[in-house]
Design a protein around this ligand. Structure first.
Ligand SMILES: *[C@@H]1O[C@H](CO)[C@@H](O)[C@H](O)[C@H]1NC(C)=O
Ligand SMILES: *[C@@H]1O[C@H](CO)[C@@H](O)[C@H](O)[C@H]1NC(C)=O
Ligand SMILES: *[C@@H]1O[C@H](CO)[C@@H](O)[C@H](O)[C@H]1NC(C)=O
Ligand SMILES: *[C@@H]1O[C@H](CO)[C@@H](O)[C@H](O)[C@H]1NC(C)=O
Ligand SMILES: *[C@@H]1O[C@H](CO)[C@@H](O)[C@H](O)[C@H]1NC(C)=O
Ligand SMILES: *[C@@H]1O[C@H](CO)[C@@H](O)[C@H](O)[C@H]1NC(C)=O
Ligand SMILES: *[C@@H]1O[C@H](CO)[C@@H](O)[C@H](O)[C@H]1NC(C)=O
Ligand SMILES: *[C@@H]1O[C@H](CO)[C@@H](O)[C@H](O)[C@H]1NC(C)=O
Ligand SMILES: *[C@@H]1O[C@H](CO)[C@@H](O)[C@H](O)[C@H]1NC(C)=O
Ligand SMILES: *[C@@H]1O[C@H](CO)[C@@H](O)[C@H](O)[C@H]1NC(C)=O
Ligand SMILES: *[C@@H]1O[C@H](CO)[C@@H](O)[C@H](O)[C@H]1NC(C)=O
Length: 546
């Protein structure tokens, strides 16, 4: 159904977009592309600067615009380390590869650490097994220095854990706020669509002195109502589904980061404690655990750096899109703003209904209320008399463009109030109401007219909302709001997490090295003290392991 590409679905699309830069996808997307072997975007027409000046013109609607071109200009390892020029495009594997490439130093560090320290551990093991006979040189400075550095790095690890913990809390609240904002916008849209649909339903039932809307108009209302209903329901259910999914992902990320912070804190603390107390066996176990955990944390750092870059790219892309909503961009795949047919249809139906309703009321005023019929003209005659009622101002012309009121017409705002002065007192004579005092309308006709005015005004007031949907002002506002109010926070906080992770992994890595060094120095010191106390020559020490 063509309707599934309507602008009414822009908000679920937004949510999808938001989901796409949520953590879980960040790494898996690196390997997934919708189009297999998609290397063929070289032929794309790039209109960059040209469009910047010509963006408002309609004829450009089928050209392409590169979003966040400068920010996303990175080396693409999938394309021989050439510069990637496709811009922000989450369905392009080259984009993900080039963003992922920014995190390569961290992944490389993880690998170097894993292999390097593993090698060192192996060497230490070998030493303990093979070369047992060693004389220990003990230096007070080396001992003190290793202790000081150990304390320093343990403190750094603790600070890193605190940064990580607070960072994740703030990241979680700012992603949740952004999500709430988007869901709130979706809720407003759903409410408006439902209310508009209800107003149209009410318009269908309006009759003033037995004059109804034309039959074809009522048929059109039914048709547009079905569409409005289905898109409102669609939007509501997608918003609900997606926001629940995103919230779940965010909760998982939060939990993971808390676990990482807690485990690393515990590791740093226990490692410090055990090596101070000289519990060699426990220290060796922690060294092995820490070796693997540090490698894992470095990889997590890389993932967060990637995420941070994608968030920042997306923010810039949104801002670029705001400036060029009619150019074809990568955002259109998930935000089909260009297809505004349904919003346009709703807008014009709304105008048509307003126009027709005002016509109905004016027909009654001009052809019935304001004419002094003889009593013989029974259905039309109800003893109307007195000054003539002013007709209602129609806000639209017959071709549904804006119209200004002429003198002597009352506006939709004022009509009910002004007409109140033309009500007569009525008595029921043989089944129909007849005025017994001067007046142009009986109370029941007045009520019908007031109802018609209320409904037309209701529909009229949805005009700007529908026009916003049609020309994407609505999405532009949402993006502008996200760009200026939510993006700085998101970027800052994802950076915090990334910095926290770097601090934690580096500090734990270094303190891990110093557990080993300090433990060694401590053994040497102990051994030397024993030697000094007993006054015996130093003997080869029997070690129990690292
Ligand atoms: C729009 O593009 C045309 C080329 O088709 C160019 O001549 C014109 O200067 C551009 N408009 C502006 C405002 O720069
Ligand atoms: C739009 O697309 C049509 C057909 O693909 C092409 O003939 C036309 O030149 C394009 N317009 C612009 C402004 O790129
Ligand atoms: C959006 O609407 C749903 C259902 O009507 C409601 O549960 C939710 O709290 C609303 N969210 C916001 C942010 O208004
Ligand atoms: C929709 O209508 C309901 C009740 O008629 C009202 O409470 C609500 O504020 C309206 N929503 C919007 C967005 O106009
Ligand atoms: C709109 O959809 C709801 C269910 O989601 C249904 O109850 C209602 O009857 C529908 N209204 C119209 C006019 O189709
Ligand atoms: C985004 O990437 C996909 C896959 O490579 C490509 O088909 C599409 O044309 C790109 N979109 C834009 C606007 O460059
Ligand atoms: C919207 O629809 C009206 C009539 O239904 C048509 O005249 C107008 O060109 C359309 N506008 C757009 C932008 O599609
Ligand atoms: C009411 O009067 C208008 C002219 O003011 C005329 O075009 C229309 O046909 C009349 N309608 C009825 C129902 O008499
Ligand atoms: C018609 O009026 C509305 C509000 O009164 C305004 O927003 C809109 O721009 C006007 N349209 C035209 C074509 O003047
Ligand atoms: C509404 O009526 C009052 C007088 O009753 C008048 O002053 C005011 O300008 C009218 N407002 C509009 C929008 O026509
Ligand atoms: C018709 O209205 C006039 C006042 O304009 C009143 O005097 C007269 O009694 C009314 N006729 C009937 C039959 O009620």
């Amino acid at each position: 159904m063509a309707f599934s590409r309507s602008p009414f679905l822009l908000l679920p699309a937004l949510l999808v977009l938001f989901l796409s830069f949520s953590i879980s996808c960040a790494s898996s997307r690196l390997h997934s592309t919708r189009i297999p072997g998609g290397r063929g975007e070289d032929g794309l027409v790039i209109w960059r600067r040209f469009l910047a000046e010509n963006s408002s013109s309609v004829e450009l609607s089928n050209s392409s615009f590169i979003l966040a071109a400068e920010r996303t200009d990175r080396k693409d390892p999938l394309d021989g380390y050439k510069h990637y020029t496709g811009g922000w495009n989450i369905s392009n594997k080259h984009y993900w590869a080039s963003v992922g490439f920014t995190a390569v130093p961290l992944f490389a560090l993880a690998l170097v650490w894993f292999v390097g320290f593993g090698f060192v551990l192996l060497l230490i093991c070998c030493c303990y097994c093979c070369c047992r006979r060693r004389s220990y040189s003990y230096s007070r400075t080396a001992y003190a220095l290793s202790l000081i550095l150990l304390i320093l790095f343990t403190c750094a690890a603790i600070i890193g854990c605190i940064v990580l913990y607070t960072g994740q809390g703030k990241f979680h609240s700012s992603t949740s706020n952004t999500l709430d904002y988007v869901v709130g916008q979706a809720n407003i849209t759903v409410d408006n669509l439902r209310n508009f649909s209800e107003s149209l339903a009410a318009a269908k039932k309006i009759s003033v002195d037995q004059v109804l809307l034309p039959a074809d108009m009522r048929g059109k209302i039914d048709a547009i109502q079905t569409k409005l209903n289905s898109s409102a329901n669609d939007l509501a259910s997608k918003t609900k589904d997606n926001s629940r999914k995103i919230q779940r992902v965010l909760d998982i990320v939060r939990l993971d980061l808390i676990i990482v912070a807690a485990v690393m804190l515990l590791l740093a603390f226990l490692g410090f404690l055990f090596s101070i107390l000289g519990l060699q066996f426990l220290v060796s176990i922690l060294v092995i655990a820490g070796w693997i955990l540090v490698a894992g944390t470095f990889i997590l750092c890389g993932v967060f750096l990637l995420l941070h870059n994608v968030v920042a790219d997306t923010c810039v892309a949104m801002n670029d899109w705001v400036d060029h909503p009619h150019a074809h961009t990568a955002l259109d795949d998930i935000l089909p703003c260009v297809d505004s047919a349904t919003a346009n249809e709703s807008l014009y139906r709304g105008r048509e209904v307003t126009y027709q309703l005002v016509n109905v009321v004016n027909q009654v005023i001009n052809n019935i209320s304001n004419i002094d019929f003889p009593p013989a003209a029974k259905p039309l005659y109800y003893n109307q008399s007195g000054p003539l009622m002013p007709p209602l101002c129609n806000p639209y012309t017959a071709d549904l463009s804006n119209r200004t009121c002429t003198a002597g017409e009352v506006s939709l705002n004022n009509a009910s109030q002004v007409w109140r002065g033309y009500i007569c007192q009525a008595a029921v004579v043989s089944g129909s109401e007849i005025c017994t005092t001067t007046g142009r309308v009986t109370p029941s006709i007045y009520n019908q007219m007031a109802a018609a005015v209320r409904v037309s005004q209701g529909i009229y007031l949805y005009g700007p909302f529908l026009a916003d949907l049609e020309d994407c002002t609505f999405v532009r506002q949402t993006f502008t709001e996200i760009y200026s109010n939510h993006c700085p926070g998101l970027e800052l906080r994802s950076k915090w997490i990334y910095i926290g992770l770097v601090m934690v992994s580096t500090a734990v890595m270094l303190s891990l090295i110093f557990w080993v060094i300090y433990a060694r120095e401590r053994r040497h010191r102990k051994y030397n003290k024993q030697f000094i106390h007993s006054g015996q020559p130093p003997l080869p020490l029997q070690d129990k392991g690292p």
